[in-house]
Design a protein around this ligand. Structure first.
Ligand SMILES: Cc1cc2nc3c(=O)[nH]c(=O)nc-3n(C[C@H](O)[C@H](O)[C@H](O)COP(=O)(O)OP(=O)(O)OC[C@H]3O[C@@H](n4cnc5c(N)ncnc54)[C@H](O)[C@@H]3O)c2cc1C
Length: 481
């Protein structure tokens, strides 16, 4: 029997890789984790979720300060933002969380952590810093990087991506953002709130194009009201660097050429998967333009090489990477065949208002040819939302013709957290009546979850038929006014 250095080798120390490493080592597998950057934690910790949500919080505080009079307070004159101080706070939050993802912690769990650029030399062996390391099973969890378009002039123009934007030395005076996805839109609002002039250039006519148009459009209207400029349906033609200025030439939907100028350019045009340099072609691990190809057990074209997280090009979220890490542990360590099931994959875009989603929205239900009905409730009828001054948004519940939930979208304050109740309900396979009958504390935003389901049952309970039966049974006299 071949003897390997490790039972399990993992490439990439981000959300997916760390999940697999900690689970595998605690289950007794001799585990190696290889990371190419100097620290563990991956994009989420260093250049993604953590810095972006920290920045968003800072921007929200500043926005509320500038709008103090909305809350009955004296109007404040806010001095300009010192972005260095903002970046310092971001760094502090990253450093605090980094302790949880430290080499020491993983070593204590029993994981050997090595740093360097690995390359497969055969399907059980990598070359790492000039040495061969073997493992019986490998997991590729190398994540993704900002996708950089082939755009004339971009190679000669300084631009920012999510890797630089959170550690800037100064606040961009005028930020041009290429892209209209979640990262672009979160950054657009945050930088606008901090005082940058922000222009968003997007190829499609919509922003957040996976979301239902009505909800995405409400987000856009909020950003417009805060001063973000949008150029929708525009093709990028070229970019130029004029010393301290950046110039982006675009072709508008009507065929006109426009030039958008600014001090800084942020490229947020999606992600490309990190597969280069790993030697995957040589060992026959199949990849396509989306990333590494896997089956539902997350096996690549080699049964003993798994892949998880952004690198497989599916749902590119930290919680998806963590979930897939768990699937890999089942299959690769416990040898229990377990397949991925993304039916109830939730996600959230952390604008204000937040836009959170689970299951089908109208767009995806139509695409899947599903019959559905939509129930909505507005946050302006939620007492807590009014007290908070956060009444923009609504909840949408999609039901099939048997009144089973197909999906829920929440646009509103703390939508990501409000979705938690639906995550539990839908994964638990509970009936909607359980939510309708549950007691929620008053006044809370979560009452909107109960209210939207209540409306479904109200239609049945307060019907002509019910009134007729009760009249027959109890001789009710009907309306008094
Ligand atoms: C600005 C931004 C905001 C985001 N906000 C959210 C959010 O709010 N919520 C959410 O769920 N998701 C968010 N995401 C997405 C989230 O960051 C990713 O989905 C998540 O990090 C994926 O985890 P992963 O383990 O697949 O990849 P990563 O976390 O990127 O980890 C991959 C690791 O592999 C390493 N690596 C790469 N190549 C090699 C190599 N050749 N050899 C060894 N190691 C290698 C990398 O250095 C990295 O440490 C955001 C992303 C961005 C960019």
């Amino acid at each position: 029997m071949t003897v390997y250095d490790y039972d399990l080798g993992i490439l990439g120390g981000g959300a997916a890789g760390l999940t697999v490493a900690s689970g595998a080592a605690q289950l007794g597998a001799r585990t190696l984790l290889v990371e190419k950057e100097p620290d563990l934690g991956g994009d989420c910790l260093h250049y993604g979720c953590v810095p972006s949500k920290t920045l968003i919080k800072t921007a929200r505080v500043f926005h509320q300060l500038k709008n103090a009079s909305r809350y009955g307070l004296p109007q404040q004159t806010a001095p300009p933002v010192d972005f260095k101080a903002v970046a310092t706070r971001i760094r502090e939050v990253i450093d605090t969380i980094q302790r949880h993802d430290s080499v020491m912690r993983f070593c204590n769990l029993g994981v050997k952590v090595l740093f360097g650029q690995p390359r497969f030399t055969d399907d059980h062996t990598i070359d790492l810093n000039g040495k061969s390391v073997t493992a019986r099973t490998w997991v590729i969890a190398t994540g993704s990087s900002p996708a950089i378009p082939t755009l004339e002039g971009l190679d000669r123009t300084p631009y920012l991506t999510n890797r630089e934007i959170f550690s800037l030395e100064r606040l961009p005076g005028e930020l041009i953002i290429l892209g209209g996805g979640p990262i672009a839109i979160e950054m657009a609002q945050a930088f606008r709130r901090l005082g940058s002039r922000v222009s968003v250039i997007q190829r499609s006519e919509e922003i957040l194009s996976k979301e239902d148009r009505d909800l995405a459009e409400t987000v856009r209207q909020v950003l417009v009201s805060e001063g973000v400029e949008f150029y929708l349906g525009c093709k990028l033609k070229r970019v130029d660097s004029l010393g301290e200025r950046r110039e982006v030439s675009i072709e508008t939907a009507t065929g006109d050429t426009l030039v958008v100028t600014g001090s800084d350019l942020l490229v947020a045009l999606g992600r490309s998967t990190n597969t280069e340099g790993l030697g995957l072609e040589q060992i026959g691990v199949a990849c396509d333009h989306r990333g590494i190809k896997v089956d539902r057990r997350l096996r690549t074209s080699h049964n003993h090489i798994f892949a998880a997280g952004d690198v497989i090009g599916g749902y590119q979220f930290t919680h998806a990477a963590g979930y897939e890490g768990g699937i890999v542990i089942s299959n690769a360590v416990l040898h229990l065949p377990r397949k991925v099931d993304y039916t109830w994959m939730p996600w959230c875009t952390y604008t204000a208002p937040e836009l959170a989603s689970i299951g089908h929205n109208e767009k995806s239900a139509r695409r899947a040819g599903l019959e559905y009905r939509v129930w909505t409730e507005e946050f302006r009828t939620n007492d807590r939302a009014l007290a908070e001054g956060d009444e923009t948004g609504r909840i949408k519940l999609l039901l099939d013709r048997h009144d089973h939930a197909l999906g829920v979208q929440i646009l509103g304050p703390h939508a990501g957290d409000l979705l938690g109740e639906w995550v539990a309900l839908l994964n638990g396979g509970m009936k909607l009546s359980r939510l309708a009958g549950a007691i929620h504390p008053y006044p809370t935003l979560s009452e909107i979850n109960k209210k939207v389901v209540g409306a479904v049952y109200a239609e049945k309970i307060f019907s002509d038929k019910a009134r007729a039966v009760l009249k027959f049974l109890f001789n009710f006299k009907g309306r008094a006014c």
